[in-house]
Design a protein around this ligand. Structure first.
Ligand SMILES: Cc1ncc(COP(=O)(O)O)c(C=O)c1O
Ligand SMILES: N[C@@H](CCSC[C@H](N)C(=O)O)C(=O)O
Length: 459
């Protein structure tokens, strides 16, 4: 029999028939068979051109230029690169401080996932902030928050003391308090959101717009360490520079230190690169390789950490603790956070009303390691005022209403029931809970006057 098969409603054309070929042709006309719409990976220049894969795919998909097609980009553990001519013309690399193939591969991969024109990697998160602050000149002003990572506060204090930089610490949850200090001398507005450790949310789009209106030269820099590019893209919210501690979620295993910077202006990217090359803080080849490896599992790690964190936050809140976590509807800036981010992250904090009780909880926990930092696959517990934020003096901590008893939980990927059991045991043995007919409740040690002050102060 010749000719096409008769059309039968509800049935697919027979495979191999010309009708089936037509249907296939129609379907695949929508498919970019040669992949022309997709940028190579890592994208060499502007990853914003053309079609993009979903982030989950982009995180793991990379193509290198390795001569043996190595699946994992090799570690170019070499300080120098031989040149083919005395003038070194045409050579991409000469010296690892200036550039290294493993680092370049990582930077291009990061530019793609951070939706940036250019990404740069340095030796630590503080190194990244240091590179940004080298843009400042004596007399310049920086506007920043009153709840900041301790190390950030320390570097800014150093610059104020030794670098003739004027630093304004204001409540960045209130754009009006930023407006009041913005002026012609403002060079950088430096934001953290959620803040570490009070988990306050800062409105990046409103503040960026405001700062650029008052002074178009202002650079809005956002520390995105608490969320990572998986959950928030500050460049798309109006920031000029985003930086992160790669020591945290991006690497995920607490086995390296790294800092990441990303921008959408090539001129700004060149300035930052100039400082990195001049000061020699570029990330080493081995750490670049290790960070590249960590990034591939960012999504699976972060999703598990975040879902564990949500359950732990709800557990603590349900038992009467005052919990700070943007995944809780009780967070006063829940809506604002969700307007900017795709998730709440995995860092939360809570108070007990007593330094001694907090100390006992931290020391009684077993699965929760007593450690600074966050973003690791293991769960961590800490008292910020004694640990990560100890470099902020006690008087300043008090002025900024940083509760001394605050406990920070940085949730890992373990089984959530094990984490909750371990925490419950620690709460019980520290005397932080009392038995009730329905189970247990937090012992209320917070004086009501203090609670009023706290609720006026966002919480
Ligand atoms: C929010 C935040 N930003 C920056 C840093 C600095 O990163 P690093 O320790 O990699 O220098 C940290 C922690 O150290 C941090 O918590
Ligand atoms: N001793 C260190 C403390 C690092 S804190 C690391 C991390 N940002 C956190 O918030 O836990 C220092 O003085 O910097």
């Amino acid at each position: 029999m010749s000719g096409s098969a008769p059309e039968r409603p509800g049935h697919d054309p027979e495979p191999g028939s010309s009708r089936s070929a037509q249907a296939l042709g129609k379907a695949i006309s929508k498919i970019d068979l040669d992949g022309h719409d997709f940028p190579p990976s890592p994208a060499p220049s502007s990853p914003r051109n053309g079609k993009r894969y979903a982030l989950a795919t982009e995180l793991v998909y990379t193509e290198g230029t390795d001569q043996y097609n190595a699946s994992s980009t090799p570690i170019y553990q070499s300080a120098t690169f031989k040149q083919t001519s005395a003038g070194g013309e045409g050579a991409e690399y000469d010296y690892t401080r200036s550039g290294n193939p493993t680092r370049t591969h990582l930077e291009r991969h990061l530019a793609k996932i951070m939706r940036a024109e250019r990404a740069l990697v340095v030796a630590s998160g503080m190194g990244a902030l240091d590179v940004i602050t080298r843009l400042l000149r004596p007399g310049d002003e920086v506007v920043t928050g009153d709840d900041l990572y301790g190390g950030t506060n320390r570097l800014l204090k150093y610059l104020a003391t030794h670098g003739e930089i004027i630093v304004h610490h204001v409540d960045t949850t209130k754009p009006d308090s930023i407006r009041r200090v913005l002026g012609p001398k403002t060079a950088i507005v430096l934001l953290e959101t959620p803040t570490n450790p009070l988990i306050k949310i800062v409105d990046i789009p409103t503040i960026a717009k405001l700062a650029h209106e008052v002074n178009p030269q202002v650079l809005v820099a956002v520390d995105n360490t608490m969320l990572s590019p998986l959950l928030q893209n500050p460049l798309e919210l109006g920031a000029d520079i985003v930086y992160e501690s790669g020591t945290k979620y991006l690497s995920g295993h607490h086995d390296l230190m790294a800092g990441v910077l990303a921008v959408n202006s090539s001129a700004l990217g060149e300035k930052l690169y100039f400082t990195i090359n001049s000061s020699g803080c570029g990330l080493a080849p081995f750490d670049s390789w290790l960070l590249m490896r960590g990034i591939k599992t960012l999504k699976v790690r972060m999703e598990q950490q975040q879902s564990n964190a949500q359950m732990i936050a709800e557990f603590l809140e349900a038992h009467g603790f005052k919990v700070r976590y943007p995944g809780l509807k009780s967070h006063p800036q829940y809506e604002l956070h969700n307007s900017m981010a795709r998730g709440a992250g995995a860092v939360l904090s809570f108070e007990t009303g007593s330094n001694q009780v907090s100390e006992r909880i931290v020391e009684a926990a077993k699965l929760w390691g007593i450690s600074v930092s966050f973003g690791c696959v293991n769960s961590l517990i800490s008292m910020p005022c004694r640990m990560s934020h100890a470099s902020i003096d006690a008087k300043t901590r008090q002025e900024r209403a940083l509760p001394e008893d605050i406990i920070r939980l940085c949730v890992g990927i373990e089984d959530v029931d094990d984490l909750i059991d371990d925490l419950s045991r620690a709460l019980a043995s520290a005397g932080a809970i009392k038995i009730t007919p329905d189970g247990f409740r937090a012992v209320d040690r917070v004086p009501s006057a203090k609670l009023d002050t706290l609720s006026n102060n966002i919480f």
